[in-house]
Write a protein that binds this ligand. Structure first.
Ligand code: SF4
Ligand code: SF4
Length: 77
């Protein structure tokens, strides 16, 4: 199963990953902010993730890391 890791304090809150996810399982934090003072991206339902890596590829700051099963991949290969 894909494992999506989003570093909250590196996120600048652009929302691109939210718009690109085909499963609509990434949302922006509503009441929490990170060290940058921004609302940040959070995974809402990792069970539905299909590992397409669109979110990681879209993120301008490489905040999202995706690993698939035992295979390490950051989506930026
Ligand atoms: S890998 Fe694909 S399905 Fe999974 S969170 Fe990212 S965009 Fe959504
Ligand atoms: S694309 Fe990257 S910087 Fe933009 S909201 Fe998503 S995780 Fe944050």
């Amino acid at each position: 199963m894909p494992n999506v890791i989003i570093d909250p304090n590196s996120c600048k809150g652009c929302g691109l990953c939210v718009s690109v996810c085909p499963k609509k399982i990434i949302k922006m934090s509503e009441d929490k902010i990170n060290k940058k003072g921004m609302h940040y991206a959070v995974m809402t339902d990792s069970q539905k993730c299909i590992g397409c890596t669109f979110c990681a590829l879209m993120c301008p700051d490489c905040v999202i890391t995706i690993t698939k099963d035992d295979e390490e991949s950051d989506g930026h290969v």
